[in-house]
Design a protein around this ligand. Sequence first.
Ligand code: SF4
Ligand code: SF4
Length: 94
Amino acid sequence: MKAHYGYEDGSGSYYITVNTEYCATCDGKPCTDACVQGIFAREEDDFDDEIVVVREDARNSLKSICAACKPQIGGSRSLPCEVSCKQGMIAHSW
Ligand code: SF4
Ligand code: SF4
């Protein structure tokens, strides 16, 4: 299932999409350690599978939270969170 976390404001739209299709069988869930701001959390879904979500307290400030990564790396494909997910299940909208 694709879950979208984020918001829009006058400067743009800031969403992180997590496709949880492979989370339950993903060893170690590397995205949770890879994010320098620790915004990914483990949660059980309706089928008792452990999936990854964006922490609730981070969802409305993703632009500023992720700013630490974006300018210095340049190009969202190199973001630590996206690189950590070998299945390519994490994506940013900006
Ligand atoms: S690395 Fe990818 S597949 Fe693994 S838990 Fe994170 S989002 Fe899910
Ligand atoms: S861009 Fe950086 S701060 Fe934002 S989710 Fe990815 S690793 Fe975490």
